[in-house]
Write a protein that binds this ligand. Structure first.
Ligand SMILES: Nc1ncnc2c1ncn2[C@@H]1O[C@H](COP(=O)(O)OP(=O)(O)OP(=O)(O)O)[C@@H](O)[C@H]1O
Ligand SMILES: [Mg+2]
Length: 225
């Protein structure tokens, strides 16, 4: 039986146990559908009631352009060493540790990524004390190098968005065009900078707890980051 979206909802719910805040990671190559899957899960699990699931993207830990310029890394924005990996791991740890079963803990603020400015934005994502499950998603959750190795121990499970490269590249080019690049520039970016990062991510696929085929995910809004 192919994996369905309902199977994913059941599995995500099963991670949540008494007295503990669960953190589910979603990894995958650029454009593989991580943000869409996370948004769909959070929306379906929260339903119309009091939100108990929060979405915290790894993207908020992009270093700012000014710092990338200082480090001489602006031309490879998106590579593993252009993020604050240690800060991300520390936030995940804090999210787990500060959960209080009586809902009396404090709101934890995560940074977001502002798509128009293409810069991180502190304090953009509130995780309320009532959040029992955090869904976090990004390229490098399963990377074993440097401070990235501190991320996996903070996650209950990591799922991997499994999308064939042809379709993944087609979607990614379309999204870059949507955000203002012309076709040639979009293709050059996707096959250059993005592809080097995609290869690094693809090498971590075997470490995932679950491979999620694109067929299990209902299409999301084009606003997914
Ligand atoms: N099931 C789907 N069917 C069709 N298009 C989809 C589907 N899921 C996602 N997309 C589209 O594919 C593109 C990439 O999806 P998404 O932004 O979720 O990927 P991502 O892995 O978060 O990418 P990034 O690594 O750049 O953050 C988006 O334009 C999105 O609308
Ligand atoms: Mg995304």
């Amino acid at each position: 039986m192919p994996l369905t979206f309902d199977d994913l909802l059941t599995r995500a719910r099963s991670l949540v146990r008494d007295g503990h805040r669960a953190v589910l990671g979603i990894a995958g190559s650029p454009g593989a559908g991580k943000s869409t899957l996370a948004e769909q899960l959070v929306r379906a699990l929260n339903g119309a009631g009091e939100p108990w699931v929060a979405h915290v993207p790894m993207d908020g830990f992009h270093l700012a352009d000014a710092e990338l310029a200082r480090l001489g890394r602006l031309d490879r924005k998106g590579a593993p060493d252009t993020f604050d990996a240690a800060g991300y791991a520390a936030l995940l740890r804090r999210l787990r540790e500060e959960y209080a079963a009586d809902g009396d803990g404090e709101t934890v603020y995560a940074p977001g990524f502002e798509r128009v400015l293409e810069q991180p934005l502190a304090g953009a994502i509130p995780v309320p004390p009532t959040a029992r499950l955090v869904v976090t998603e990004g390229n490098y959750l399963l990377l074993g190098t440097g401070a990235w190795a501190r991320v996996r121990p903070q996650l209950d499970e990591v799922w991997f968005c499994d999308l064939d490269d042809g379709e993944r590249i087609r979607r990614l080019v379309a999204r870059h065009e949507e955000f203002g690049k012309d076709h040639a520039a979009a293709v050059a970016w996707v096959l250059g900078t993005d592809q080097r990062n995609a290869d690094l991510v693809a090498a971590t696929r075997a470490h995932a707890d679950l491979l999620v085929p694109a067929t299990a995910v209902p299409p999301g809004s084009a606003a997914a980051g």
